[in-house]
Design a protein around this ligand. Sequence first.
Ligand code: SF4
Length: 327
Amino acid sequence: MDTIRNDWSIQEIKDIYHQPVLELVYRAATVHRNWHKPDEVQVCTLLSIKTGGCTEDCAYCGQAARYHTGIRVKSLMSKEDVVAIAQRAKDAGSSRFCMAAAWREVRDNRDFETILEMVEGVNDLGLEVCCTLGMLTESQAGRLQEAGLYAYNHNLDSSKEYYKEIISTRTYDDRLNTLTHVRKAGITVCSGGIIGLGESHEDRIQMLHTLATLPKHPESVPVNALARVQGTPLADLPKIDSWEMVRMIATARILMPKSMVRLSAGRSEMTTEEQSWCFMAGANSIFTSESEELLVTPNPRLDDDRKMFDLLGLKPMVKEKVENSTL
Ligand code: SF4
């Protein structure tokens, strides 16, 4: 059995990342089978509870107010609507429910009180509740934990060096501070990144190094391919090759054996064959959404995911608290 290590060197990660893809996938699949049931994939529903109008300048994001993306701004949803969607997600096979708000940071106002009520409501359904709300203080993290929050998503996006090229309105250290607050509060961490932003292989290796040398690995590591949104500065970048996703996922799986590795944005541009390589390489979670959108970009239809699961012999991971999965 592989051990959990937090002392990976850059060179070790380079050696893993640059292996021939068949060797890399074989090794990652072996690690995957040592730590997880290879036929189980966690289905996580992602819901945008507040859309667009964000003050930040993340160059990949269709929700940044400064870019003309044509995305309709929507204010914070009601708790009742969110809990109803969470119930339907559970009935359709999700064991985790992630609520996303396009904010720079959480403010201590009425919206935050509503979020806390949403967390309680979704937690009462027996789902793992996750939020992604921007930067968070220690006391806000504590209040979310008390309300029943299971996980907090805050991606590193890229390497510390490349981060400056894609976001200027906050720093990499701001990101890491929020992760520290989340950990201190006893909430599990969901943190990964995006490839296809114009970064180098070195940047990807650096980002994986940062994640894999945190005092505790994130319990969940989303690997996203850039979803190119018209109107954003990165809209015209080329589509990322699926082998690059496979390489990232496999390396993340080897470095962080126990973590859930999430095949996240980009699935709608991947064939079933391409996605199956990602599962073989150790991905064991996907995002779904009722609206067939992942926040503001396309995501596969639930029916297509069901067919893919049947074909590949995969089944949705069932949390002890979740029954009646039908995906
Ligand atoms: S990624 Fe998040 S913080 Fe950045 S612009 Fe989009 S919604 Fe705002």
